[in-house]
Ligand binder design. Structure first.
Ligand SMILES: Cc1cc2nc3c(=O)[nH]c(=O)nc-3n(C[C@H](O)[C@H](O)[C@H](O)COP(=O)(O)OP(=O)(O)OC[C@H]3O[C@@H](n4cnc5c(N)ncnc54)[C@H](O)[C@@H]3O)c2cc1C
Length: 502
């Protein structure tokens, strides 16, 4: 990897829009997912992980290394593997559905220290941007359903936080999608129109096609258009911790620093399955794989179907010229040529530190490097990857009004960056349902870098299926369902399809 000062990628050097007559330009996955080798996987990295801003804020919270009992129970009804937002919400729904059943949650490291504890803190429902790509992959009806589900998920998350008064820095406001290039703006406009013509709901989206007006609204100098709709930002660890604390009060057994290594037949113990860990075995009837990026490490059927990929997030303290009453007031998706994206979370309701995630142009070089070093595909110890940080720096200095001439004193500007592992789904959408051929083993994973806009409905949906309710009861898009046919099709595919990542 390059150090700062060596040839870093420049936004301006990224070749122009690749496929101007298709939806590809806004498909970040196409940008970030090229040449992805299939089949790589691994268990969560032990030791040397970077600390996200969210994890840094909670170092004295005893939930991080909580173990409800000193030893693992030998037998329970259900083992849930993973304590991210998926495992935590599945646990909640499980406890509400079957209060009498006992549940163990296994977490390989600290509580919620996977992608949920490391993301960019954006819950941004896609409301138009990937419509054409989803339509191409799954047909119009499913494409509309996916976007509707994202909005339902956002509403469910906000309602939970507000009703339960969760202290997690929730912000609700206008998120802005801003194309930074005329070609991108042209294709965005076509895509938006295509979605409208298909009957998609757009009356909640404020659209400005006038570049001067867009620059004024967004405060981005070269904005070519601006699309605004409601979304949220939040502290994801604190939200997940709030839900897990309620689960603990209801009797769940949480076991951190406990890696589940395999799941095998439990017939000789009078149960369906044995979950083997480094600290002993647990016999159970039900297993939930809430392991997202790491799913294939335990379940070989998922190799090439869910693939881990490191992603970066930068924390930046804005200069005084963009602080106080002049602080950034919106979250963003800045749409770059060739499908790159800056996802920006300015933490407007709390400390104003600005998080830059997404698939920025420098991410591609990290991807190439990981492709050459597949053993590092689950490495969330990356920090200060200058190719990525440099692109953010160039963007804020050149584009954000008020930043260009800012004189930065100590404590302002680029603080640091961390990494997390996203779980790419081979067809771009999550897997929700029973693992084919493994009755009693369930999965909700493969959130494709966009889980905050999916999991609040996908996780409770999974528990409905576990309760023998039909797929329709989940309200989820049909294409999220784990079926033998889907799994088989993806296992023989030579390249993953290219659908959305945000
Ligand atoms: C840098 C970055 C930025 C992102 N930004 C956003 C964003 O702004 N908006 C958005 O919507 N999404 C974003 N995402 C994606 C989002 O964070 C994920 O989709 C979501 O958090 C997935 O939640 P999860 O609970 O399924 O997985 P995770 O949070 O990864 O939880 C899985 C857990 O399982 C544990 N585990 C795995 N294997 C085992 C095992 N064998 N034994 C025991 N435990 C195990 C892991 O340690 C982990 O804690 C981002 C991701 C990253 C990495």
């Amino acid at each position: 990897m390059k150090d700062r000062g060596s040839t870093s990628p420049r936004i301006a050097n990224i070749s122009a829009v690749t496929l101007p007559d298709t939806a590809a330009v806004l498909n970040v996955d196409e940008y970030a997912n090229s040449q992805l080798p299939l089949g790589r996987t691994g268990f969560p990295k032990q030791g040397g992980q970077s600390l996200s801003y969210w994890l840094q804020q909670v170092r004295c919270d005893a939930l991080l290394n909580h173990r409800s009992t000193e030893d693992l129970p030998k037998e329970v009804d259900t083992v849930i593997i993973g304590s991210g937002i998926t495992g935590t919400l599945v646990t909640k729904q499980h406890l509400e559905t079957w209060p009498e059943r006992n549940v163990v949650v296994l977490e390989a490291r600290e509580f919620c220290s996977g992608a949920t504890g490391r993301n960019a803190g954006h819950c941004k429902p896609d409301q138009w941007r990937h419509f054409a790509k989803f339509e191409q992959a799954y047909g119009q009806e499913q494409a509309i359903k996916i976007l509707k589900n994202e909005n339902d998920t956002w509403k469910a998350l906000v309602a939970y936080v507000q009703i339960n008064q969760v202290d997690c820095d929730l912000w609700v406001g206008d998120t802005l999608d801003v194309p930074l290039d005329e070609e991108v703006a042209k294709i965005a406009k076509e895509m938006f129109q295509r979605y409208q013509e298909a009957g998609g709901k757009t009356d909640h989206i404020k659209v400005t096609q006038d570049p001067m007006e867009a620059a004024k609204i967004s405060r981005i100098k070269n904005a070519k258009a601006c699309y605004a709709w409601s979304a949220s930002t939040l502290q994801p660890w604190k939200l997940t911790a709030h839900i897990m604390r309620a689960n603990l009060k209801r009797g769940v057994n949480l076991q951190t620093s406990t890696v589940a290594r395999s799941v095998s037949s439990g017939q000789n113990r009078g149960r369906k399955w044995i979950v083997s860990t480094d600290r002993g075995d647990i016999a159970c009837d039900t297993v939930v794989h809430a392991t997202n990026a790491y799913s294939a490490a335990i379940e070989p059927l998922l190799r090439g179907v869910i693939t881990p990929k490191p992603h970066m997030c930068n924390k930046v303290i804005p200069p005084r010229s963009l602080s106080g009453s002049k602080a950034i007031q919106n979250s963003y998706g800045v749409l770059l040529p060739d499908g790159g994206l800056f996802s920006i979370n300015p933490r407007c309701t709390s400390d104003g530190a600005v998080m830059f995630g997404g698939s920025n142009p420098g991410q591609k070089q990290l991807d190439d490097w990981v492709t050459r070093h597949p053993e590092r595909c689950i490495d969330d110890g990356f920090s200060r990857v200058e190719n990525v940080t440099e692109c953010v720096r160039e963007f804020v200095e050149n584009e954000l009004q008020g930043w260009t001439d800012a004189e930065l004193g100590p404590g302002e500007g680029f603080d640091y960056s961390w990494s997390g592992i996203i779980g790419l789904s081979a067809d771009g959408v999550p897997f929700v349902g029973e693992l084919p051929g493994k009755p009693g083993q369930w999965i909700c994973a493969g959130h494709h870098g966009h889980g905050m806009a999916r999991i609040f409905t996908a996780a409770p949906g999974l528990v409905k299926l576990m309760n023998s309710e039909p797929w329709a009861a989940t309200g989820l898009p049909d294409v999220y369902q784990m079926t033998p046919g889907r799994l088989e099709r993806l296992r023989v595919a030579e390249q993953p399809s290219k659908v959305a990542i945000v």
